[in-house]
Ligand binder design. Structure first.
Ligand code: DHE
Length: 555
């Protein structure tokens, strides 16, 4: 009897203890299986803005110390609805299910799992040369106007479509890799390079009768930028010679042979922040890269370190690097019209850095507004202000234009000469674009939380510097659809590109991979819809790149 009493007491005590433990157990604990699933979603949807180590960049810090204080419910609401500051509404848009939204709210309260490392040998093991340069055509094998091809990223299906810009016919669809991000052209325009979020570079030869992949390599685990060597002059001829990949993880610059993609050199970009010499930043990632036309040099922006590296590739195995202190959280940017200054957004500092590539120094740092996001920006030759360069913002409803001509128009140089207001509240603009032959600059707004604002294209008169028209995407491309019991909603127009003559502007309707979407071509003079490029293959079109304009950096 006594034994039974003791046993019962012990049992109740241990049950109580286990209940107490359960009661204390945080609601964010996940099984190994859940961690695995959430890690993949995090990599696909979140790491770009918040970082693999979650220290924050375009998006805020998501380390457990901070997220656990916020709690599961608050995190879930942010992931579902997004924020006015540019966080996409991943739940409301149908990109994440309610279960996945909850999973992610819990995941980010756990410690980040350690990301994988790489090496030049590992990169070499992924290199595939399908057609060596000597077996490729010696002249274009097509009668099409290949310089007016448009390469369209089909993001979520891992493909690139090549469309004839003259006839609007599909020329070929090429398999590239997971979540292709951008395309860039070689100096001659003949080669198109794609970079995927998985770090895979694909080399496409546009001289083939049907452009196709001639080489590929996985340069890193996570990447956003690729460019090529574009210099020819007294320091050598580097046209079409090298390519460069900017890696997010591991944070590095990888130089490749431009014709074969053979990996040549890897340089880590982990570094000390320009303004915090006592803080080592493992995750100092490579954001935008552009090739200088004046020097055998790439302008490489190191996001978290806040440095611009002028990377001399003339001796690629022994590169000379000049590190310029700039501003933290560098992201995207483009040349001014003279191609002497590179303007890059330090988006979490609300600033744009102007880099003088001739004198190799930072010319100015200009405050523009809440989270500038220029894409490549838009260059305008304005009757009063002279040459100006404009950027939109993720976090506010303005487009800021900066004077870029210190010699001809010193009074406006490196000042915001005009802030153009987009109608309605909130930012969410991702890209602006123009062409020297166009009267207009175009702006999208795919990350604005308001569906109506998301669906519009804003047309800005380049002389008046104000919105003069709003183009509407035909309703049929924006209708939500239910597929396999899941409601999928297209996001709306994103990214612009002109044809070679600059008399048409193309825009992608950013959808869901479960439903075909469209690429719309507007007449730049009449602003009328000229053609909707449709087909079962048009799935998640995002960035689109005209060969001539990308080759020559016309924007
Ligand atoms: Fe991009 C350019 C990074 C999300 C479409 N994007 C860039 C560049 C960087 C970058 C660093 C500049 C490259 C260069 O010029 O060398 N992008 C990131 C991110 O880190 C971010 C915020 C989150 C992520 O996880 O990737 C991100 N980007 C997106 C998108 O969601 C977009 C709209 C669709 C997609 O494909 O993912 C998108 N980014 C683009 C496009 C450009 C780009 C179309 C090129 C603009 C141009 O005109 O050159």
């Amino acid at each position: 009897m006594m034994k039974l009493k003791v046993a019962t007491a012990v049992l109740s005590a241990s049950l109580l203890a286990s209940f107490a433990l359960k009661a204390q157990e945080p609601d964010w604990k996940l099984s190994d299986e859940e961690m695995k699933k959430a890690s993949q979603i995090y990599f696909d949807r979140c790491a770009g803005c918040h970082g693999m180590l979650r220290k924050g960049a375009t998006g805020p810090n998501l380390e457990p110390e901070r997220t656990r204080k916020m709690g599961t419910e608050a995190l879930k609401a942010i992931i579902h609805y997004g924020t006015a500051g540019g966080m996409p509404d991943l739940g409301a848009s149908g990109e994440l299910t309610p279960d996945e939204t909850l999973l992610m709210a819990k995941f980010i309260q756990n410690d980040p799992p350690p990301p994988p490392e790489t090496s030049l040998d590992k990169i070499k093991a992924t290199w595939k040369l399908y057609i060596p340069p000597e077996k490729r055509p010696t002249k274009p094998m097509t009668n099409r106007n290949w310089k007016n091809y448009m390469g369209v990223v089909l993001r979520d299906v891992g493909k690139v479509a090549i469309i004839d810009g003259d006839t609007k016919e599909l020329v070929n669809i090429v398999n590239t890799g997971f979540a292709v991000h951008i395309l860039r052209m070689s100096a001659s325009g003949r080669y198109m390079y794609s970079i995927g979020r998985d770090g895979k570079v694909t080399l496409i030869d546009l001289w083939m009768e049907k452009p196709d992949v001639v080489a590929e390599v996985k340069a890193c685990n996570d990447a956003r930028s690729v460019d090529t060597s574009k210099y020819k002059g007294s320091k050598g001829d580097f046209l079409d010679k090298y390519a460069v990949v900017g890696c997010y993880w591991p944070p590095a610059i990888v130089t490749l042979d431009g014709q074969t993609l053979e990996p040549l050199k890897i340089v880590s970009t982990s570094n000390y922040a320009y303004d915090k010499p006592n803080e080592f930043i493992r995750e100092a990632r490579v954001a935008s890269i552009v090739a200088s036309h004046h020097n055998p040099e790439w302008v490489i922006n190191i996001k978290e370190a806040g440095q611009v590296w002028l990377y001399d590739y003339s001796d690629p195995l022994n590169p000379k690097i000049k590190q310029l202190n700039a501003e933290r959280f560098l992201h995207d940017g483009g040349w001014d019209s003279s191609k002497r200054y590179f303007l890059v957004a330090a988006n979490m500092r609300n600033k744009v850095v102007a880099v003088d590539t001739e004198e190799e120094k930072v010319a100015a740092i200009v405050e523009t507004g809440n989270k500038p996001h220029p894409g490549r920006g838009a260059n305008i030759d304005h009757p009063k202000y002279g040459p100006i360069w404009c950027t939109g913002h993720l976090g506010e409803n303005t487009i800021a234009c900066i004077g870029t001509d210190p010699k001809g128009h010193p009074e406006y140089a490196w000042k915001v000469v005009k802030k153009i207001t987009l109608p309605g509240d909130g930012g969410g603009n991702l890209f602006v674009k123009t062409h020297p032959n166009s009267k207009y600059m175009y702006a999208d707004r795919p990350l604005n939380p308001d569906k109506e604002a998301q669906s519009k294209i804003y047309v800005i008169d380049k002389d008046k510097l104000e919105v003069v028209s709003e183009l509407k995407v035909p309703e049929k491309y924006l209708q939500p659809k239910t597929i396999n019991g899941k409601e999928v909603k297209p996001r709306g127009p994103v990214h612009f590109e002109f044809n070679d003559k600059g008399d048409e502007v193309w825009v992608a309707v950013w959808g869901n991979k479960l439903i075909p979407s469209a690429i719309l071509v507007f007449d730049d003079k009449t602003l009328k819809l000229k053609k909707a490029i449709e087909g079962d293959w048009v799935r998640t079109p995002t960035g689109h790149f005209n060969v001539l304009n990308t080759q020559k950096d016309i924007y």
